[in-house]
Design a binder for this molecule. Structure first.
Ligand SMILES: Nc1ncnc2c1ncn2[C@@H]1O[C@H](COP(=O)(O)OP(=O)(O)OP(=O)(O)O)[C@@H](O)[C@H]1O
Length: 378
């Protein structure tokens, strides 16, 4: 529950701050591995299944014709099963892997046209990566590990240590500055990795399955940490995971990948409430819908007399929160309010309909007019 609220708040903040400006703009991006890879995009072979393509050409299309924007201030999750192309896609964003074709821009600047110096700057300052294996330097202290990125940038020692100390405190490692990575738990090491990425104050943080090596409780802790940091800073984040619950907990929007394609791009609510196809439906089958669907989607217009009573909820409140509020107050319905205005009501029937998965109209897009669905740019 606490989790959920944190996520909802984080989203509300994101909506306030992002202004829909794209940080990364990706259009028709392909990454094909194998011989004469550049011949695959746009050819007849491009439509073959992964197995057929491999058989006929010896190539693997890890990313196939993918288009999307990462909006300023959002947590953009790339989710999919192992081998679906998540890591390749995110590595293409800073050309750690060179895309085969397509276009790619950061803040309107063409990433594919960048020279080596500009690329280095992109990776060091503008889009910092936090890896699953934390890549810490074993002989350096926590503080020096965190300061490392600043050291590479040539920041003077006193300044980088001061900034590193600030980041160490920010990720909750105060008091451990003098330890070496080997003297820390996995979760603490991951926090050091996170602090190091934050220290360079990048516009975007890219996370490549950062928590998958951690045990479930520590993983939960780290997810909370990311949510907290995001809430405090509103920094744009791209987060790779193969774990649906992690994606739903963290993501403002989720791109669900399968065989190199984005099969659906939408809010957690859209993905759970209106899966684009049977694959997505199967993927989200076991999700507790009431923890994802908001009252904005479940509400109906108020009848006469309903505007006066019942607990008031924000449109971003989850159905699960509404159930709790209605149970506590004893009213037949909750009111959905925004800026003192009544938007609608959610009654028992609607709330139970969501839980049972029988709600009539699943979920409309959160911002009307925003495109969702198959590989669509946002
Ligand atoms: N250097 C490479 N050469 C050839 N094929 C590759 C290479 N890197 C990745 N692939 C293939 O591209 C596809 C996508 O791989 P990728 O690592 O991006 O998937 P992923 O979704 O991140 O998987 P995981 O969750 O297991 O990390 C896979 O079929 C993989 O085998």
């Amino acid at each position: 529950m606490t989790d959920n609220r944190a996520r909802t708040d984080s989203r509300a903040r994101t909506e306030d701050h992002r202004g829909d400006r794209a940080v990364f703009s990706v259009r028709n991006l392909w990454k094909v591995f194998g011989p004469r890879a550049d011949r695959v995009p746009g050819s007849a072979a491009a439509d073959l299944s992964a197995a057929e393509l491999r058989e006929r050409t010896g190539c693997t299309a890890a990313v196939r014709d993918v288009s999307f924007d990462v909006r300023k201030g959002e947590v953009f999750v790339v989710m999919g099963l192992s081998g679906s192309g998540k890591s390749t896609l995110v590595r293409c964003l800073t050309r750690l892997i060179e895309p085969t074709s397509g276009s790619l821009a950061i803040d309107g600047e063409d990433v594919l046209a960048m020279d080596r110096a500009r690329l280095r700057e992109l990776r060091r300052r503008r889009a910092a990566m936090v890896f699953q294996h934390f890549g810490l330097l074993p002989h350096r202290t926590v503080l020096d590990n965190v300061a490392y990125g600043l050291e590479i940038q040539g920041v003077a020692k006193a300044e980088r240590r001061a900034r590193a100390a600030e980041m160490v405190a920010k990720v909750g490692l105060e008091g451990l500055e003098g330890r070496r990575p080997g003297q820390l738990s996995g979760g603490q090491q991951q926090r050091v990795g996170l602090a190091r990425a934050l220290a360079v104050d990048p516009e975007v943080l890219l996370f490549d399955e950062p928590f998958s090596a951690l045990d479930p409780l520590i993983r939960r802790d780290m997810q909370q940490e990311v949510i907290r940091l995001h809430r405090e800073e509103g920094r744009t984040m791209v987060f790779i995971t193969h774990d649906l619950s992690e994606a739903l907990r963290l993501g403002d929007r989720i791109a669900l990948m399968r065989d190199g394609r984005i099969v659906q791009l939408g809010t957690p609510e859209e993905i759970v409430g209106s899966p684009a196809d049977d694959y997505v439906r199967e993927f989200v089958r076991d999700v507790a819908r009431e923890q994802v669907i908001t009252v904005r989607s479940a509400m109906r217009p108020a009848d006469i007399g309903e505007s006066e009573t019942g607990p008031a909820l924000a449109p971003s409140a989850t159905v699960s929160e509404a159930i709790e509020a209605v149970a506590r107050s004893g009213d037949p319905a909750a009111r959905v309010m925004s800026d003192g205005k009544l938007l609608g009501v959610v009654d028992h029937e609607a709330l139970l309909g969501v839980v049972a998965g029988t709600a009539e109209e699943p979920v409309g897009p959160r911002d009307p007019g925003a495109p969702t669905g198959r590989g669509v740019a946002a």
